[in-house]
Ligand binder design. Structure first.
Ligand SMILES: CN1c2c(nc(N)[nH]c2=O)NC[C@@H]1CNc1ccc(C(=O)N[C@@H](CCC(=O)N[C@@H](CCC(=O)N[C@@H](CCC(=O)O)C(=O)O)C(=O)O)C(=O)O)cc1
Ligand SMILES: N[C@@H](CCS)C(=O)O
Ligand SMILES: [Zn+2]
Length: 756
């Protein structure tokens, strides 16, 4: 038999977010480490059993993580920064300290995993880093899988991707680059592979997705030499080196030239790889892990097309493993439980479990001629927009086709900033990013509304009460530009998606975003339009409570796409323009309701940036264009804010400038204000608020810390254009943290004003 089936990775939060609930209870001191570990072990066992029962030949192991796989990898290779080691905590609590900060010690930086909405913790390395292997976690996994009788393949971040995603620690030399540690790190991998083969691992998967990004000649050479070296080890399991989310380009033949037994590729994002692989004779001696089923979008696979590709590959490679294009971490567990979904949408969807079934079906179709083959081959490619015009809106299409360049252009910034002087804002104006803590009461109210325990009128009344409290608190603290606090929003994308036509929402389609935090990405299946205003009542109510300006709060078109599962039957730019038109109408309604500042959040602008430079210009054109279409109708006196977070922004700094927002608030605290240099480089000349409060950590920063971040910002941005704000929304924090942190922030701004 020269075909088999697997998946590259699987969700780990549990079908009902069991892991999230257990981890949060552990943090709250409600359960101990033993109980947490029991939940985790059960989740791993349930996953492996389900995957094996569904018919996969091998399953991934070591893909479970309490918080993040990168964080686990830091511990695996012994790269825990000294400040966390010195806390003298258990391994579990050390990991949580790195993830969340502890006492006076901040957390590691959190950033996007390639172009996904998953976030990893960024390892910090320097010349003194010495790796020391602790393989207890993957060895434990292997033993657990063995006890269940499943064939498990431990999965690890590859050494080069680990280094390429790391950053120099604060004390590193100016010229230090983490990749310089490759030699040292490969020794730790050699030891790891030795231990895994002793423990019975047949295959080990090393993920090198960093090689679908542009890489230097040296980095490419290092890929080849590293895998030659690992492949030459006398005592090791078989190795499969996988890339995903794009085309490995020049890395592919280099890897193929080494003696690693397996290579994994993403044939969904890079279908042309089929022909390249067929043209590389080295693959005749390799096992190809063929990523034929999409690991990160939710549409049912085109199994007929996948089968044709698999058949071509079968003749070109030594062995073929039918697999997913990436880990299934990025999709929800099971579409079968979504009974409230419109059947015309649901029948087009495959979540993780259904994707496993697709992989198994393809494998069976390739292996046997039992009729499945004919069935699969006959199955039509599933379009997104259905038959009989389902999901099609001719009026929306006509409006997009009729767009002109002028629709994306406001008056010049100078003219706008003059007109906005009527807002009467001081230098170093203080504001927040939008959300205030989503308290237990707020979430409970929403849960009660869902079950029918309270009426819509009661729910609205509770939300108004919350808005009243939040406005009064902001006035008392002394903030200049207020927000309504977003209590009525379950999520900044889902909330809008639930009100837009062309979008569907799930009930249990949770996907891990970071740590214990999950999102339910809505499904954008058809043409998008806005049947009625979405936010005006809440915004107008909040504004009626105060003389100070209240920001209207919207989620921008790029982020609406990035954090949804989006139709793939038309260019993203067209879909983004449809969303933008809905937002443009919303802004007009907000302005008509008396709102003078509107914030259009685009935290995902960087996230969707293509991984290869060559594709970026076209992306920035449509993404920036859609934001400008959304905001382009706002009168000059209306101040447009945007907000960005969860990324390093150097690569999109010109795009941020292109948004032409009057004020840009941007995450900066955790990365020690790195973004300031990028803004200075392009001569950014509009209002900017680099975050001075790291809201991803439960730590409350003290006055000196906040002041020093503000001073750093004042060194490169004139006070008249500098805003003072947190890094991001406060929804994940508690009032005991937010209240003192905001008072500190306002005090720091007032003190700095005195010195002007
Ligand atoms: C800004 N970020 C976001 C990203 N993506 C998004 N789609 N949204 C974002 O905001 N990507 C980048 C970052 C990632 N950051 C976060 C931050 C916070 C969360 C988060 O808090 N997620 C919540 C779930 C939010 C939600 O949808 N809440 C719903 C459902 C609440 C719920 O679980 N209800 C319980 C009952 C509760 C009770 O009775 O008290 C239930 O139904 O069982 C709501 O508020 O209605 C999380 O808990 O993980 C995510 C990403
Ligand atoms: N307005 C949103 C932005 C998060 S990126 C919030 O404050 O939560
Ligand atoms: Zn944010």
């Amino acid at each position: 038999m020269n075909t088999s089936t697997t998946v590259l990775g699987y969700p780990r939060i549990g079908p009902r977010r069991e892991l999230k609930h257990a981890v949060e209870k552990y943090w709250a001191g409600k359960i101990g480490a033993d109980e947490l570990e029991t939940v985790a072990r059960q989740l791993r066992a349930d996953t492996w059993s389900d995957l094996a029962d569904r018919g996969l030949d091998t399953v991934p192991a070591n893909t479970f993580a309490y918080y993040d796989q990168m964080l686990d990898h830091i511990q695996l290779v012994g790269a825990v920064p000294a400040r966390y080691r010195e806390l003298g905590l258990s391994a579990l609590d050390t990991a949580f300290a790195m993830a969340r900060g502890r006492d006076e010690i901040g957390a590691l930086e959190l950033t996007k995993w390639f172009d996904t909405n998953y976030h990893y913790l960024v390892p910090e390395l320097d010349e003194t880093t010495s790796f020391a292997l602790d393989a207890s976690k993957p060895l434990g996994d292997l033993a657990e899988a063995k006890a269940l009788g499943v064939r498990a393949r431990p999965v690890f971040i590859g050494p080069l991707t680990f280094l390429l995603l790391s950053k120099p620690s604060a004390g590193a030399g100016a010229d230090f680059e983490p990749i310089a540690l490759a030699d040292r790190l490969v020794e730790a991998y050699a030891e790891l592979l030795g231990q895994l083969v002793e423990a019975g691992a047949e295959w080990v998967q090393l993920d090198e997705p960093a090689y679908v990004q542009d890489r230097t000649a040296d980095e490419l050479a290092l890929l080849e030499s590293t895998y030659r070296r690992l492949a030459a080890l006398p005592n090791r399991p078989k190795l499969v080196v996988t890339t995903y989310f794009g085309d490995p380009g020049d890395a592919l033949p280099l890897l193929a030239a080494t003696d690693v037994e397996g290579i994994g590729v993403d044939l969904v994002s890079a279908p042309a790889l089929v022909d390249r692989i067929a043209g590389l004779p080295a693959f005749q001696r390799k096992t190809l892990y063929a990523g034929l089923i999409d690991g990160r979008n939710v549409w049912r696979g085109d199994l007929g097309g996948a089968l044709s590709r698999a058949t071509v590959l079968l003749g070109a490679v030594g062995e073929l493993v039918i697999s997913t294009s990436s880990s299934l971490l990025h999709v929800p567990y099971d579409v079968e439980v979504e009974t409230a979904l419109d059947p015309r949408v649901r029948e087009r969807l495959a979540f993780a479990r259904q994707k496993v079934d697709e992989v198994v079906l393809l494998g069976r179709a390739l292996r046997t001629d039992d009729g499945v083959l004919a069935d699969v081959a006959r199955r039509p490619a599933d379009g997104v927009v259905g038959p009989a015009g389902f999901g099609v809106d001719p009026a929306v299409r006509a409006r997009v086709e009729g767009l002109q360049a002028a629709d994306r252009t406001r008056a010049p910034y100078g003219e706008r900033s003059l007109a906005q002087e009527t807002l009467g804002l001081p230098p170093l104006a203080t504001t927040t990013i939008g959300s205030f803590p989503q308290t237990g009461d707020v979430r409970k109210a929403r849960a009660e509304l869902r079950t029918g325990a309270i009426t819509v009128a009661e729910y609205d009344e509770r939300m108004r009460g919350e808005i009243q409290r939040v406005i009064a608190l902001q006035e008392e603290i002394g903030l200049d530009v207020l927000v309504h606090g977003e209590p009525e929003r379950n999520d900044m994308v889902q909330y809008f998606a639930e009100q837009l036509d062309g979008y569907a929402a799930t009930e249990l389609g949770w996907v891990q975003s970071y740590g214990s935090r999950c999102v339910r990405p809505p499904i954008l299946y058809g043409d998008v339009s806005r049947p009625r205003p979405m936010t005006t009542e809440w915004a107008a109510y909040a504004q009626s409570l105060t003389e100070r300006p209240v920001k209207g709060m919207l989620t921008g078109p790029v982020t609406m796409l990035a954090w949804s599962f989006v139709r793939d039957d038309q260019p993203l730019g067209v879909t983004a323009d449809q969303v933008a038109l809905a937002l443009r109408d919303e802004i007009a309604d907000l302005v008509a309701a008396g709102i003078r500042i509107v914030q259009v959040d685009e935290p995902a602008l960087r996230e969707l940036l293509p991984l290869r430079e060559a594709d970026r210009k076209a992306y920035l054109e449509w993404s920036v264009g859609s934001f400008r279409l959304a905001t382009g109708g706002a009168p000059s006196a209306v101040q447009i804010h945007t907000h960005l977070c969860y990324s390093e922004f150097g690569a999109v700094i010109a795009g941020i400038d292109g948004l032409d927002a009057d004020v840009t608030t941007i995450e900066a605290a955790r990365s020690r204000m790195e973004v300031l240099a990028d803004l200075a480089d392009i001569g950014f000349h509009r209002g900017v608020g680099p975050g001075v409060y790291d809201i991803h950590s439960p730590r409350v920063p003290d006055r000196a810390e906040t002041q020093s971040l503000l001073d750093a910002a004042l060194n490169s941005i004139p006070a008249a254009r500098l805003w003072v704000n947190p890094d991001c929304g406060l929804k994940t924090r508690t009032y005991t943290e937010v209240d003192p942190a905001l008072r500190t922030l306002v005090a720091a701004a007032q003190a700095a004003r005195q010195r002007l």
